[in-house]
Design a protein around this ligand. Structure first.
Ligand SMILES: NC(=O)CCC(=O)C(=O)O
Length: 297
């Protein structure tokens, strides 16, 4: 079996302190990404909604179109800032996510943009599963009041390294996306995300380790830093998990950068020890793997 991760890679997750000023957020992201590449990072990740506060009321105010060609900097400042930054830092940059507006359909999305070290956009991921939850007395949040969902699994080839899967926050709760990415040969699943103090304490680490354990791949979750003065209190605790579901590195809730060295051998070693890949019984559960059995049926 060919190596999924072709050569060692240093991953950096920037747990950014974000605020209400978009330009300040973009500038801060630039300085942190440059700090990470100064430490030798080859792939750098920013958090969900890194250029704005997180909350449904903020999406229309902070949204941008995705227009690549100049003179579109005014309509797409984050797109252009990320592209320029990837080029300046000479790094693969997974640009967290930003609120996107598509004027053709008049729809809003929560969208992640990934650039190569030449500043070229490699792919976009629009959050597929919108964060709609109600936990009485704790948290009620409904992204679908404003946002529309994306409709694809996002797998991105990083030349020289291999393939990664990118999804956003609540997407992690749906293991199917992760499984498809792993089956299609990704070595790493990245989730810019902003869990909160209720679900973060319950499930953030568990989800990260579960996706790594199920699929025997590396997993990275990148949160904004916690700001108790903001409307939404992010959990923080950005972390990198290895293919054996162990935490390689983890932040607390404050602004910081989490680093980890990823090696292809670790995936092969894990899969050799516990060979889930050759033991799966598609003959016993073909309907589940093909999505034919649903809840309540
Ligand atoms: N931004 C999000 O999608 C939050 C997801 C979350 O908190 C969860 O519990 O899931």
């Amino acid at each position: 079996m060919a190596k999924l991760l072709k050569k060692p890679l240093k991953l950096a997750l920037v747990q950014l302190a974000t605020g209400a000023d978009k330009t300040a957020n973009l500038n801060r992201a630039r300085s942190k990404v440059l700090e990470a590449t100064g430490q030798g990072a080859n792939v750098v990740v920013l958090p969900e909604c890194f250029n704005s506060p997180y909350g449904t009321s903020f999406f229309p105010k902070y949204c941008e179109q995705l227009l690549p060609s100049p003179p579109s900097e005014t309509q797409s400042p984050s797109y252009h800032a990320l592209s320029a930054l990837a080029k300046e830092a000479k790094v693969f940059l997974v640009g967290g996510s930003i609120p996107e507006h598509d004027p053709a359909t008049k729809k809003y999305y929560n969208t992640s943009l990934t650039f190569n070290p030449e500043g070229k956009l490699l792919d976009t991921h629009r959050k597929v599963h919108l964060f709609d939850i109600d936990i009485p007395g704790k948290i009620s949040f409904h992204e679908s009041e404003i946002l529309s969902p994306g409709n694809k699994v996002t797998l991105i080839d990083l030349p020289d390294y291999g393939k990664i899967g990118v999804a956003i926050c609540y997407d992690i709760r749906f293991p199917e996306l992760a499984t498809i990415a792993a089956r299609k040969g990704c070595f790493l699943l990245l989730y810019p995300g902003a869990f909160n103090l209720t679900t973060g304490a319950l499930h953030w680490e568990l989800q990260a380790r579960a996706r790594a354990m199920d699929n025997q791949v590396y997993v990275g979750l990148c949160s904004p830093a916690r700001d108790m003065k903001a409307q939404y209190h992010a959990w923080g605790h950005s972390m990198v998990i290895d293919p054996n579901a162990q935490i390689l590195s983890e932040a607390d809730e404050t602004e910081s950068i989490v680093y980890a060295n990823l090696e292809g051998e670790k995936i092969e070693e894990t899969r050799k020890g516990i060979p889930l890949y050759s033991q799966r019984r598609f003959d016993v559960y073909p309907d589940v793997s093909e999505g034919k059995i649903r809840f309540g049926e």
